[in-house]
Design a binder for this molecule. Structure first.
Ligand SMILES: *Cc1c(COP(=O)(O)O)cnc(C)c1O
Length: 414
């Protein structure tokens, strides 16, 4: 699909008068429209999406998603606090963590979050530190019964979740210890564009709910299909058809839940990447060009602003603003300033001619972009801006300063 932008060069030129590059900018309209489509695709079900906060932990974006009816999926103490600050508490929070320290469980219990346990030994651990809450969810690792996808890998090699036998044992134990309502969660795919994998997770969980009912006579209140819906990062990829996905899961629900007398069964999701990913852009200025064995464009952003290309060799589309229709007749490596040779946003990319001063939009940077930022090499994290539905621009996180960089240092005892 052709990659488009919700702004043009003139708009960005206006924005950089106030907010210098590099910065991330998020498209409110795109985020709202997409999440509405997702929720509509599941309106036939008792459905809730818990936005995976780690994708883009910004309270303004979380508030937008709350307004659209989402809860939050948290995995750490700060993410729990962030949710609380946005006014999201209780069962609007799914706490899907692993190797969880006691203080984080305590905070989740304090907030009344739904705790999604990653291991059977966490049942006595939770009991010891906070007591067993009324509602508990269990993370299922299907092991050899399921193949994951390229990004998340083979479930047998994955550190997450309960084995199948442990799911049964764990549910009985939780019931014995006073839990009253139960959920089962599974997360075996990541950045997947093929609907079938997601539908397969739903089918697998629907069957497990049936088996739990038959073997333990425990009613499961909800299944959590977790995240993993992919982003069409490349122009030749097609985004997941969310309405079709909802319809296919409905077919599975009718066949495996309704027909087996298990209706009503809640469906939950914890998507992050597809919720904000395609609606965030990293804007950076070309500041140097360099011609050695290859042609390089040096930009003022670096891997500290968007790590995915350097970390995974991930593709992020690049548009040179104002040159949308110019021929891509130059081949560049577009690089940042980190003292790491993998600090490259694009390698051997065919692009229009770029000259210093050109503004570049790096697409699909709205998830795991700013969030993965770091300070290595003395890099300061950039600002985050929100392009409102009415075209206004709000700074939703300022850029870091040298004072932020020094904030954890005490020079007085030097
Ligand atoms: C990362 C994560 C998600 C979100 O996954 P996406 O690929 O961003 O949709 C959901 N649940 C858990 C437990 C996660 O770790």
């Amino acid at each position: 699909m052709k990659k488009t932008l919700p702004f043009d060069k003139a708009k960005i030129e206006e924005i950089v008068q106030t907010y210098p590059t590099p910065f991330h900018i998020y498209d409110e309209k795109g985020i709202r429209e997409n999440i509405r489509t997702f929720l509509k695709a599941f309106e036939w079900a008792d459905f809730k999406e818990y936005f995976a906060v780690k994708a883009t932990p910004n309270p303004y974006l979380m508030k937008i998603l709350k307004e659209e009816g989402c809860g939050m999926d948290c995995s750490s103490f700060p993410e729990l606090l962030l949710s609380e600050k946005v006014g999201i508490t209780g069962e609007e929070i799914m706490f899907s963590s692993n190797e969880t320290p006691a203080y984080e469980y305590k905070e989740a219990v304090r907030l009344g979050a739904i705790i999604n346990l990653d291991d059977i030994t966490h049942i006595p651990y939770l009991e010891k530190h906070c007591g067993i809450p009324e509602v508990v969810s269990i993370r299922y690792n299907p092991g050899p019964e399921r193949t994951g996808n390229a990004i998340i890998g083979n479930p047998v090699e994955s550190k997450y979740g309960f084995t199948k036998a442990q799911v049964f044992e764990g549910l009985e134990l939780l019931k014995e210890k006073g839990a009253k309502r139960f959920g089962i969660h599974c997360f075996v795919i990541s950045n997947e564009l093929n609907r079938e994998s997601y539908v397969e997770t739903a089918r697998m969980l629907f069957l497990l709910v049936k088996e739990v009912k038959e073997r333990l006579n425990i009613r499961i209140e909800f299944v959590n299909l977790s995240g993993g819906i992919g982003v069409a990062y490349r122009p030749d990829q097609t985004p997941v058809d969310l309405m079709a996905l909802g319809a296919e899961i409905k077919d599975a629900y009718d066949e495996l839940v309704v027909a087996n007398g298990l209706h009503p069964l809640g469906i939950r999701s914890e998507c992050g990447r597809m919720v904000t990913g395609p609606f965030g852009y990293l804007i950076t200025e070309a500041i140097h060009e360099k011609h050695i064995y290859r042609d390089y464009i040096g930009v003022d952003a670096s891997m500290a602003n968007l790590m995915r290309p350097g970390l995974y060799g991930a593709y992020h589309h690049i548009t040179v603003l104002g040159k949308e229709d110019a021929p891509s007749d130059h081949t560049y490596d577009v690089v940042g300033s980190l003292c790491e040779n993998n600090d490259k946003f694009a390698i051997n990319r065919e692009l229009p001619q770029i000259v210093p001063g050109d503004l570049l939009a790096i697409h699909d940077a709205g998830a795991h972009g700013h969030a993965m930022g770091f300070n290595y090499n003395g890099k300061l994290r950039s600002a985050e801006l929100l392009l409102g539905e009415d075209g206004t621009v709000t700074q939703i996180r300022r850029s870091e300063t040298v004072d932020d960089y020094f904030a954890t240092l005490d020079f007085s005892n030097l």
